[in-house]
Design a protein. Structure first.
Length: 220
């Protein structure tokens, strides 16, 4: 299992995003949190800014849509150039149709679950997705403490992916850092989203390397 590190620009300096992305060029993907102040109580960026970020980013852009009505809005993020577009199960009216539309447009489709959202209703849909995001905090704000209660869900997700034989990535987002990375990887995560742990560090590139080394040590 290869581990991917995905710095979240939610914790970056929004006035210097191109420079901030350059600092994490050794990461695997740039995680972009899109919030609409409806699905979550915060407002960030939209497709136009994502399009600009894609042009500047040295690594693929991974959009996490914390928005209402992703059935309508998610395809715009593929058009903006995002390689991965993840929407929330709680917000989508037709998740299979939307996932197929995103894939048909050339993106990788992801499904996100809030901490309290049960995993089991979505296990039969795994083949429709390239990524399953298990939120390890309540979505909406960075800098929150990791919720250990999400780890059993992550373990069940890993077991389901292994049993299916599918190549579905398991992403965790929220409170991921040096103190929690081992728990995430041991539970089955292979894509680690880290915001404050990377962009809040004196040397973001070194922080990416440290998280990667800690994660890879768990799978040797």
């Amino acid at each position: 299992m290869s581990i991917e590190i995905a710095p979240s620009i939610l914790a970056a300096d929004f006035s210097r995003l191109a420079d901030e992305l350059a600092k994490v060029a050794t990461a695997d993907r740039a995680h972009v949190d899109v919030m609409d102040n409806h699905f979550v109580p915060n407002l960030t960026i939209g497709p136009a800014v994502v399009e600009s970020l894609v042009k500047e980013s040295p690594i693929p852009v991974d959009c996490h849509l914390m928005i209402e009505d992703p059935d309508r809005w998610a395809p715009a993020y593929v058009e903006a150039g995002a390689r991965d577009v993840t929407f929330h199960a709680e917000a989508a009216k037709a998740p299979i149709r939307l996932a197929r539309e995103l894939r048909a447009q050339g993106a990788r489709a992801g499904l996100a679950l809030r901490p309290a959202t049960p995993l089991e209703p979505y296990l039969d849909l795994l083949e429709e997705f390239d990524l399953l995001l298990i939120m390890t905090v309540e979505p909406g704000f960075g800098g929150q403490s990791f919720l250990d209660g999400t780890l059993p869900k992550l373990r069940r997700a890993r077991q389901a992916v292994l049993a299916s034989g599918l190549e579905v990535r398991l992403q965790v987002d929220g409170g991921v850092g040096p103190q929690t990375v081992a728990r995430c990887v041991e539970a089955g995560a292979d894509v680690l989203v880290a915001g404050s742990a990377v962009f809040g560090a004196p040397d973001p590139a070194a922080a990416v390397a440290g998280l990667r080394a800690a994660a890879e040590a768990c799978v040797r």
